[in-house]
Design a protein around this ligand. Sequence first.
Ligand SMILES: Cc1ncc(COP(=O)(O)O)c(C=O)c1O
Length: 391
Amino acid sequence: MTIRTGRHFLQIPGPTNVPDRVMRAIDMPVIDHRGPEFAALGKEVLAALKSIFKTEKPVIIFPASGTGAWEAALVNTLSPGDKVLMFETGQFAAQWSSLAERHRLDIELVPGDWRHGVEPTVVEERLRADANHEIKAVCAVHNETSTGVVTRIKAVRDAIDAAGHPALFMVDTISSLGSIDYRHDEWKVDVSVGGSQKGLMLPPGLSFNAISDKALAASGRNTMLLSYWRWDDMLKTNESGFFPYTPATNLLYGLKESITMLHEEGLENVFARHARHGEATRRAVRAWGLEVLAANPEEFSGALTAVLMPDGHDADAFRKLVLERFDMSLGTGLGKVAGKVFRIGHLGHFNDLTLAGTLSGVEMGLRLTGLHNARGGVDAALDYLAEAQVG
Ligand SMILES: Cc1ncc(COP(=O)(O)O)c(C=O)c1O
């Protein structure tokens, strides 16, 4: 048996570390989900969650992982055979498109190199070419968790508007919500898909759909078979604070607390904190002589950094070594970049010293793996943190 001392470093890009405050909030007796105490909790969290999506419109909470909320977005608004424009920006975008295909949607998947986000000019071009408005929805992943690349959602919105196209706009905010600026109403997103286990600092188990009036109107028209994911049943029951089926009661206590924490810090400060830690991490990576996977500085992520291992070095062997030696979990390379990249999560409940510890573990691991010149990354990050003081 291996004896481990100190705390495990969970530095994958989600699930993230859960603050003690949130754990304590969850640690409550289970209550009657059809009783008055639950109704008050339900109403409170459903209202509070709107501020995180920056919307005045309804937000639905599913007791499900993010994949469930992906499915809900599609099945409520689209029907088999409908054309959907999607972009292969990374593993999660690819998985969302596979899910859509299983629902017999007709997917036009724009290929990508996994180093860039959705290109707004391509969106405009494709939509202009669709003179008969056959494309019913455009889907994009805001923060591609497999690559650390952020799609500029406002620019994509502007591209849809410039083409004068009526397609619904659906955005996966699973690893951006509560870490990177996101504005459901202002950017006229029709369905925003979110999850509990990343910027919201909760355990996995909740996922969300923020819904525009246009998406709600479209949901009345669909002919897809749907039951569990139905928005109409959910919205009707949510009016009184209840759910049509058993909600994840204790996670909702946690959600209430995590939203309170995000507002105590101030959402803009939360985003700035993540951006600052992202920049410090990238400086460390460059000092080690390694390359960040994200190619365009306008698309760098504050939530995570995917790092390319040099040729001849297996990223998973490196991650295994870091786990065994330093008890730190780093994110694995997914799909096309498996074995080639490792990912450093710097989102959620995270501060300067968590970053310093994380980067120290990476730097020590790189040296042990034979990259003897991988030095000075921690120093470069600390220099930046000192010069880019908060507030
Ligand atoms: C951007 C993104 N979309 C979707 C998912 C899928 O969510 P889940 O694993 O909670 O079903 C993830 C999971 O990490 C993700 O990062």
